[in-house]
Design a protein around this ligand. Structure first.
Ligand SMILES: CC(=O)N[C@H]1[C@@H](OP(=O)(O)OP(=O)(O)OC[C@H]2O[C@@H](n3ccc(=O)[nH]c3=O)[C@H](O)[C@@H]2O)O[C@H](CO)[C@@H](O)[C@@H]1O[C@H](C)C(=O)N[C@@H](C)C(=O)N[C@H](CCC(=O)O)C(=O)O
Ligand SMILES: Nc1ncnc2c1ncn2[C@@H]1O[C@H](COP(=O)(O)OP(=O)(O)OP(=O)(O)O)[C@@H](O)[C@H]1O
Ligand SMILES: N[C@H](CCC[C@H](N)C(=O)O)C(=O)O
Ligand SMILES: [Mg+2]
Length: 485
């Protein structure tokens, strides 16, 4: 139980109707979850306006309402607090409600189009390897120390997020590493949090359905760094075209990492294999268990962050060489006939290109590269032809298939992707809507030594079709198909 007045700390209030000394037992932005003595925050969403549900929240027992517009009729036993921005107020009130857990541990946020899960997971594993207790908030899963909490979003809503952070504090976590998605920044899911540092990985094409323009997408990412305070660090990728823009207006200590450009933390790939690479990292040589030039950037970001968190160089390098990446990212399996299958979460044109370039660089004798990929439904349509074009450019054969069609027609999504295939490559590309059959067909086509890339779903254990999630695991399907050979 908390007093409403304390929960509103730090929120600019326009008007209050009713008693501010009311007790609050719970906090939610969803009228369907309101109970007795609850604070309901009305947020304008992408589908509906939460203000429509103020009446329903009061009927379910809400003792207080946080809103931008006051309802026409008010109840005497309910307190109405009017603010300019309820999305912001939701973040701050959730942080207050859970007693500002982000101030009681060191919270590091990672944003960027690709690499967030990899960087956050590596940091979580690294700090645990170095003897700290740590938490993780990521697309794949959340971790409160050893305890796994299933992830619903890349960045959870403010109530879930602060609840998780509070649990981390209660179980003695010193650090939390979390992904900060551009949706979360735009929707202010991170308002009210205190970050010890922020990391930028890169920005390329994704989510233009939500942000509308690339500039708006860049601005959303930059807002995260603009919000960091002078005690935090802001670590950015100097090789990314927009890397320095992220640091333009931040109060935080500005630091950079890079392979090509001048930067505070530098690395170079010396040797690459399917099971790891040798890096020249900040003046030292280190073997790591990840592969691909893009992972050299991820490792560099992790190393830089650890140093900025005042960790000892040799301790960091030793721990770094022993940890593995995130589930479903460049996960290679070899069949009994010597076919290499790589499951990867690449779901943007840039990620598909990076993964395929890595695969090209690893092949020894010009073996055939066969890519199986689809695109998600109810997501950015503009990336579909681009992803297909990149797959065709860097593979010998492509099988276009279904990803998570969600509410869209899978054949229409496949059609949108096919539009990206150049005329002279059409004979190397075919479409099989059933993802299982597509993976089996790829295995059937492959000769010993050939390399299959199964892209787009990585760690996901389901395929979402019309609001229902059916069991589906790319890696398991691949292994089964290999065993059928
Ligand atoms: C597009 C988007 O981000 N939507 C998120 C958003 O929902 P919304 O704005 O559509 O909500 P809405 O349905 O319009 O409802 C508006 C308000 O009315 C309330 N409501 C609604 C109905 C009702 O009966 N009563 C009620 O009170 C809702 O609780 C909400 O507060 O706010 C919800 C609560 O926080 C999120 O669950 C939801 O995520 C949806 C499920 C989603 O798929 N989001 C994806 C796109 C997303 O966020 N992805 C990023 C990662 C992207 C990446 O970088 O790869 C992520 O961080 O996961
Ligand atoms: N630094 C990087 N640069 C470019 N591509 C990358 C990088 N790191 C990973 N990738 C590619 O992007 C895919 C997704 O990586 P990861 O899950 O780490 O990104 P993410 O930013 O968390 O994605 P999401 O937005 O879905 O949460 C990987 O499977 C790989 O193909
Ligand atoms: N976090 C990303 C994941 C995309 C993964 C892909 N499998 C898809 O479903 O589009 C999103 O929600 O856009
Ligand atoms: Mg992620």
């Amino acid at each position: 139980m908390r007093g409403l007045k304390d929960i509103l700390h730090g929120i600019p209030v326009r008007q209050v109707i009713g008693n501010l000394n009311v007790a609050v037992d719970s906090l939610t932005f969803d009228s369907r979850k309101v109970g007795v003595n609850c604070l309901f925050v009305a947020v304008k969403g992408t589908q509906v306006d939460g203000h429509r549900f103020i009446g329903a929240a009061v009927s379910s027992g809400a003792s207080a309402i946080l809103c931008e517009q006051l309802p026409e009729t008010t109840h005497d036993d309910v307190t109405y607090v009017q603010v300019d921005d309820t999305a912001f107020a939701l973040g701050v009130s959730a942080a207050n409600y859970f007693e500002n857990p982000s101030k009681k541990l060191r919270l590091v946020g990672i944003t960027g189009t690709n690499g967030k899960t990899t960087i956050a997971t590596l940091l979580y594993k690294l700090f645990r390897e170095m003897g700290y207790e740590a938490g993780l908030i990521s697309t794949v899963k959340n971790q409160v120390g050893d305890r796994t909490v299933a992830a619903t979003h890349t960045t959870p809503d403010p109530v879930a997020l602060n609840g998780l952070l509070q649990e981390m504090v209660q179980t003695g976590c010193d650090y939390c590493f979390m992904e900060v998605s551009s949706h979360a920044i735009a929707q202010q899911r991170i308002a009210g949090l205190n970050f010890a540092g922020g990391i930028f990985s890169n920005i390329t094409h994704d989510h233009l359905d939500f942000h509308k323009t690339f500039d708006a997408y860049i601005k959303a990412k930059k807002t995260f760094f603009d919000g960091l305070d002078r005690f935090a660090f802001a670590l950015s990728n100097a090789d990314d075209k927009n890397g320095l823009i992220m640091l333009q207006n931040t109060f935080a200590h500005r630091k950079t990492y890079g392979i090509k450009s001048m930067a505070d933390f530098k690395a170079k790939v010396i040797e690459s294999h399917f099971d790891g690479m040798l890096l020249h990292l900040d003046g030292h040589e280190v073997w790591v268990k990840l592969v691909g030039g893009f992972n050299a950037y991820n490792i560099l970001a992790v190393y830089g962050a650890a140093i900025l968190l005042e960790q000892e160089t040799m301790k960091v390098l030793t721990a770094l060489s022993s940890i593995t990446g995130a589930e479903g990212r460049f996960d290679a399996t070899i069949s009994k006939h010597g076919v290499v299958g790589v499951v990867d979460y690449a779901h943007t044109p840039d990620a598909v290109q990076n993964v395929l370039q890595t695969i090209q660089s690893l092949r020894k004798n010009n073996e055939t590269i066969i890519t199986v990929l689809g695109c998600g439904g109810d997501r950015d349509k503009a990336k579909r032809p681009k992803m297909a074009a990149v797959a065709a450019k860097y593979s010998d054969k492509v099988i276009i298939t279904s990803d998570n069609p969600r509410t869209e027609d899978p054949l229409q999504i496949i059609h949108d992707m096919e539009a990206g295939i150049p005329a002279d490559r059409k004979r190397d590309v075919f479409s099989i809507a059933d993802r299982r059959e597509a993976i089996r067909a790829a295995c059937h086509l492959a000769k010993p030594g050939d390399i299959l890339l199964i892209a787009g779903k990585g760690h996901e254990k389901y395929q979402e079709i019309n609001g229902k999630r059916y069991d589906f695991d790319d890696k398991q399907v691949l292994i089964n198909a290999f065993n059928e050979q």
